[in-house]
Design a protein around this ligand. Structure first.
Ligand code: ADP
Ligand code: MG
Length: 411
């Protein structure tokens, strides 16, 4: 790492660092970060708003490329004041100003011919500031390092709650993005005629586009409608169009109307995938029932609000009914508390009540209310790519990490 001095590479904690990078600790595993840095340095981000994704299996770069300076990420550059030694630098006429000498001297290196220029010992910066934490978090999220454990077989998870606006779609999109950026291959099946997940993932879903509607109603193979998500390798989406609004009725006279999706999944080779998230509409109609029949796992997002628990009983009854008649392996495996507002006592009371009732299936990570989370879809992005350092992105990353590790614990 010392070789990187003067290149803008983050200095190691406790090590004499150059000022441009000393807010940011070095990556624990250089390879993942390096790939992000290397590609970022190639100008991809600026060009297309896309950024290099995470550690793609088997594509670790062979050599270390110097990262670009941190300026673009918005943390203070050269923020650390010169250390005490800088004051003792022997200035001569024509020398650079002390500050410039202080920060430039590292580039001279030993044997630079300036024997009386003292390389300053830069004081260890206070790196535990909110902005430093956000910058570190953003780097970690972007690098996708470290990779999380992948399940032995594809996990199919239905995200359901018949209440609208509780964070189903937001959860589907952001868990999917988090997991795919950390080494998993993930498919989001949009089962809501509103197509919000398709919008957030920027996948075409104009009426008439091949979509989940054609899979359910016409019996088209699922593979015909799956599209890659731009900017996040290993993330895919089966979009929903408004045509799906008619499916609730069109499905009624069809044979095995509750099992159309599970049949489609049965005819689809999911061996290359680690997760399939099914985003449900806000109802307990045939579309949601299809999703419950198709998956062994249900994830219920619960909004930390007063009415949050209302209707939950009805959802759980529906899960029971589907389990006893159509899908014996169905379990509510995960509950995620969303839109938590730490300023209200009510939010913490709801969180406590949900934990008391559901116990350990409630993820420890709670998703806070965050403006960045609600802004991201209008840019056709997950919050993980839109603002990886934000509190919402960090909470979703943490929730996804928990899910990845919990599954390992179970198998
Ligand atoms: P659902 O799919 O259950 O109807 P959404 O995920 O679409 O719910 O969320 C409803 C609205 O709330 C959306 O506008 C979304 O952007 C916003 N939202 C979701 N989660 C958060 C959050 N943690 N903070 C702020 N806004 C959020
Ligand atoms: Mg939704």
């Amino acid at each position: 790492m010392t070789a990187a001095h003067g290149l803008g590479w983050p200095g190691q904690p406790g090590q004499e660092g150059d000022a441009s990078g000393d807010e940011i600790p070095p990556p624990a595993e250089p390879t993942g970060l390096d790939s992000a840095f290397a590609a970022a340095g190639s100008g991809q981000e600026a060009a297309g708003g896309e950024w290099p994704g995470g550690p793609w299996r088997g594509s670790e770069p062979a050599d270390i490329t110097a990262p670009p300076g941190p300026d673009g990420l918005g943390w203070p550059s050269a923020a650390a004041p010169p250390g005490p030694a800088a004051a003792t630098a022997t200035a001569r006429p024509g020398d650079a100003a002390p500050e410039a000498a202080g920060f430039g001297a590292a580039g001279l290196g030993p044997g630079g011919g300036e024997s009386d220029v003292v390389i300053p010992v830069v004081a260890e910066p206070v790196s535990d500031t909110p902005i430093a934490r956000a910058a570190r978090a953003a780097l970690a999220a972007r690098s996708g390092s470290p990779a999380w454990p992948r399940p032995g077989a594809c996990r199919i998870i239905t995200i359901a709650n018949q209440k609208g606006g509780v964070g189903k779609t937001t959860t589907a999109v952001n868990l999917a993005a988090s997991l795919s950026l950390h080494g998993s291959r993930v498919l989001v099946v949009d089962l809501d005629p509103q197509g919000n997940a398709s919008t957030a993932l920027d996948v075409d879903h104009r009426s008439g586009t091949l979509s989940v509607y054609n899979v359910l109603v016409d019996g088209r193979p699922l593979s015909d409608v799956i599209r890659p998500v731009a900017g996040i390798p290993q993330l895919y989406c089966a979009p929903a169009t408004i045509d799906l609004a008619g499916a609730e009725i069109e499905l009624v006279p069809l044979v095995a109307r509750e099992s159309r999706l599970v049949r489609a999944l049965g005819g689809f080779d999911a061996t290359g995938l680690d997760y399939i998230f099914i985003d449900c509409p806000p109802s307990l109609g045939l579309l949601t029932v299809n999703a419950l029949v198709a998956a062994p796992e249900v994830l219920i997002p619960i909004q930390c609000e007063y009415y949050a628990l209302e209707g939950l009983e009805q959802l759980l009854r529906t899960v029971d009914l589907v389990r006893s008649h159509l899908n014996p392996s169905l379990t509510v495996s995960t509950i995620l508390l969303t839109m938590y507002d730490g300023r209200t006592r009510l939010a913490s009371q709801v969180a406590e009540e949900v934990r008391g009732h559901f116990g350990e299936i409630v993820l420890r990570s709670i998703i806070p209310r965050s403006v960045r989370v609600s802004e991201a879809p209008s840019y056709g992005q997950s919050v993980i790519t839109y603002d990886p350092g934000s509190s919402g992105a960090q909470a979703y990353l943490e929730a996804a990490r928990e899910m990845a590790h919990r599954n390992v614990a179970r198998t």
